[in-house]
Design a protein around this ligand. Structure first.
Ligand SMILES: NC(=O)C1=CN([C@@H]2O[C@H](COP(=O)(O)OP(=O)(O)OC[C@H]3O[C@@H](n4cnc5c(N)ncnc54)[C@H](OP(=O)(O)O)[C@@H]3O)[C@@H](O)[C@H]2O)C=CC1
Ligand SMILES: CC(=O)N[C@@H](CCC(=O)OP(=O)(O)O)C(=O)O
Length: 346
């Protein structure tokens, strides 16, 4: 059995990790980490876990946790994981960090977009960006995984096949993205109150959102060119889900059939990326509660642009599901273990 600890188990991403790991036959959760609910029953925080989780919440103590578990998930705010990780910790356990601390290779870029000082830049180079579909082999031997961001996962997987094929102008990419409010976390904020969010939709972080450099970096690796994108996220009145509609200029003439063949080839062996039939647009409701990303592509001959679409559950493939996918790779398990639950509907 793999012994797991979750720092931040009482957040939205953390509680989703608990739900997924409880259904994983090779994992036992040993540590339900919290800041606000120390010594309280986990099931008193999340009543859906009544009679399923008898454990109490514990404070964050990575040095002690290292002695008790094989893998630690940090589902905590930006800056916490980088303030805890050390050579001693990494010599004892695998760390899967759901925050952005180790996603961006250039520390100045991280500090500029996140507005905080990085606490352990010495581990950035070694950290592996945990996008399993692209970095599978590197992930298997890693000690420290930077679990990708939610918007970046959906944006990148929607665009990746054409970026890799060199068919789009990497300075023309526009990503229009929408997220349910669980993406903003469980902490109380006026902007996320029911009356502020319900029956409304708004853009936010326009031209300044911190996921912009993460998406650009990964698209640059995939295409071998410098990617410069416009990324505009929107908050929509639903609990879960991310929808991406991305646009780019084609750099050469191509048919819709050729575009579709590129996607088919890119994703034919990927269990969690579903390339939809022609004409079907991804919808968040068809992936909710699952680790699937649905993608599709459409050629607009009139404008000589391509439209790339994706839908995914921000808490599953965008956070906890992807973290478990990474854990499976780290421990030599089938990548899909514990993750094949079908989407829920309605
Ligand atoms: N929500 C999402 O869709 C996604 C989130 N992520 C990332 O996952 C991480 C968690 O996000 P999310 O679950 O939304 O956030 P939440 O605000 O819902 O949860 C934050 C968690 O971190 C704990 N925490 C906060 N400060 C500390 C601290 N100083 N020491 C120990 N624990 C602390 C909180 O504990 P307590 O509740 O007990 O105070 C809580 O369990 C973030 O880095 C986020 O960027 C990544 C992808 C998607
Ligand atoms: C709706 C909403 O507010 N979403 C969050 C992104 C989700 C998140 O937690 O960020 P990471 O994926 O980088 O971890 C935001 O825009 O800041």
């Amino acid at each position: 059995m793999i012994r797991a600890g979750i720092i931040g188990s009482t957040g939205y991403a953390g509680q989703e990790l608990v739900r997924i790991l409880l259904g994983h036959k090779d994992v036992e959760i040993k540590w339900y980490g919290s800041r606000s609910y120390i010594d309280q029953a986990y099931a008193s925080v999340f009543q859906n876990m009544f009679q399923l989780v008898p454990d109490i919440c514990k404070g964050e103590d990575l040095e002690q946790l290292c002695e008790e578990v094989d893998v630690v998930f940090t589902a905590t705010p930006q800056g916490l994981c980088s303030s805890l990780v050390s050579e001693n910790v990494l010599s004892k356990v695998k760390i899967i960090d759901l925050s952005a601390d180790f996603r961006i290779k250039d520390v100045d870029t991280y500090e500029k977009w996140y507005g905080i000082k990085h606490q352990s830049p010495q581990f950035i180079e070694e950290a592996v960006y945990g996008l399993c579909e692209v970095n599978r082999d590197k992930i298997k031997n890693a000690r420290l995984i930077a679990n990708p961001g939610c918007y970046p996962t959906c944006s990148f997987l929607s665009i990746y096949p054409l970026a890799k094929a060199g068919l789009i102008d990497m300075k023309s990419v526009i990503v229009d993205a929408k997220s349910g409010t669980s993406g903003a976390g469980r902490g109380a904020k006026v902007a996320n109150l029911y009356c502020e969010v319900n029956e409304s939709i708004k853009a936010y972080g326009v031209a300044t959102h911190r996921h912009t450099p993460e998406i650009e970096e990964q698209l640059s690796y995939a295409s071998g060119q410098e990617a410069v994108i416009n990324f505009t996220p929107h908050l929509v009145p639903m609990n879960r889900g991310i929808l991406v509609t991305a646009y780019a200029n084609l750099v050469k003439d191509v048919t819709e059939e050729e575009l579709r063949k590129i996607y088919e080839d890119a994703y034919k062996d990927e269990q969690f990326v579903r390339f939809l039939n022609a004409g079907v647009c991804p919808e968040t409701r068809w992936v909710e509660g699952s680790n699937y990303v649905d993608v599709n592509v459409k050629l607009d001959e009139r404008t000589h642009r391509v439209i790339m679409m994706g839908a995914m559950d921000n808490l599953v493939k965008g956070a906890a599901g992807q973290a478990v996918q990474n854990m499976n790779l780290l421990f030599g398990l089938p990548e899909t273990e514990g993750l094949l639950m079908p989407p829920v509907f309605p």
